[in-house]
Design a protein around this ligand. Structure first.
Ligand SMILES: O=C(O)CCC(=O)C(=O)O
Length: 312
């Protein structure tokens, strides 16, 4: 006869564990893989924890990924409550001048939340960095958006076509959209040029969401897509938009993530300095020619030794 799985010395151990679980359930709660007592830093979490199996690929052309239940209800409610009183009509960047202007292309209202403005915002930013593998310092301030009935963001690119908006941090490499509400009808994020998949179309999608691929807003979910290709050229199929809300109200938050640090404010025009005390020595050793990316850089991404390399 086979011995029962409960037989022998294991039984008391299992029973003891069950008893412990009943008495002290907190001992067994997933603490995000971090040991209790770890320094919390500026975030409310012991560490930024993301679960790769929550994230699934939606499209390769463009690269789009959906993470279900990325935010807790508390985090969602917190973002909305911070933004609600500060909402202003959303603007777009003018294609030529880069100036922020109002346009019928984008009719939502929005409010920017300062980076790390409180521990909950900082915790969400930590999670975004952990999920995307992109440094927190490359992220812009988060923008919380509210779309009322009929409001929308027509298809557009998140990378820039002007030379002004790229000075700080370069192009918008990736975008993370956090959905803060479900939407009864409409309000989908649509990628009209995306390679369509063979699966039958979701019949509940609005007309605007029929072309390409579309994602329905679900409270707490997060969408990640890339505006540049892996070789850093702009991705022409990353065109995307927010469909008009047909029923209900849509709240979302956008985190744009740059190619380089957004925290590092570039030199004001005419301010010609080195940013490393070894610049003069490196320039004398010929590094301006040997290592121009770091030493000289470009207009969009100035290098660290522009003074010693005599380029300003
Ligand atoms: O609201 C959406 O679904 C799209 C938002 C968007 O395109 C953006 O913020 O860049």
């Amino acid at each position: 006869m086979e011995s029962s799985p409960w037989a022998g010395p294991r039984r008391p151990t299992v029973v003891r564990l069950l008893l412990l679980l009943q008495l002290f359930p907190a001992l067994f709660v997933d603490r995000g893989g971090a040991a209790a007592g770890v320094d919390k830093g500026t975030s409310v979490y012991p560490a930024a924890v993301v679960y790769p199996h929550h994230s699934r690929q939606i499209s390769w052309k463009p690269r789009v990924f959906l993470y279900q239940h990325f935010l807790s209800d508390d985090e969602v409610n917190h973002l909305i409550s911070l933004a609600r009183a500060e909402l202003k009509r959303s603007a777009v960047a003018d294609n030529m001048s880069g100036k922020s202007t109002l346009s019928d292309v984008r009719t939502s209202s929005g409010a920017f939340l300062r980076k790390g403005q409180d521990p909950i915002v900082a915790g969400i930013e930590d999670k975004i960095a952990a999920w995307t593998f992109l440094p927190k310092e490359n992220g812009e301030d988060m923008q919380v958006l509210r779309y009322k009935h009929g409001e929308k963001y027509e298809p557009h690119y998140d990378y820039f076509t002007d030379n002004v908006n790229t000075v700080r941090g370069g192009h918008r490499y990736a975008t993370v959209l956090l959905y803060l509400t479900d939407v009864a009808a409409g309000g989908e994020t649509v990628f009209p040029l995306a390679e369509e998949v063979d699966d039958a179309k979701d019949e509940t999608l609005s007309e605007c969401a029929q072309k390409g691929i579309a994602v329905k807003p679900r409270k707490g979910d997060a969408l990640l897509f890339f505006n540049l290709n892996p070789d850093s050229t702009t991705d022409s199929v990353s065109l995307h938009g927010g469909c008009p809300v047909i029923k209900g109200e849509k709240w979302s938050a956008t985190k744009w993530i740059r190619v380089a640090s957004f925290d590092k404010v570039p030199h004001a025009q005419g301010n010609c300095t080195d940013e490393n005390e070894s610049c003069a020595k490196w320039a004398a050793l010929g590094e301006c020619l040997k290592n121009p990316d770091y030493m000289v850089g470009t207009t969009a991404l100035p290098g660290y030794c522009r003074k010693s390399c005599n380029v300003c």
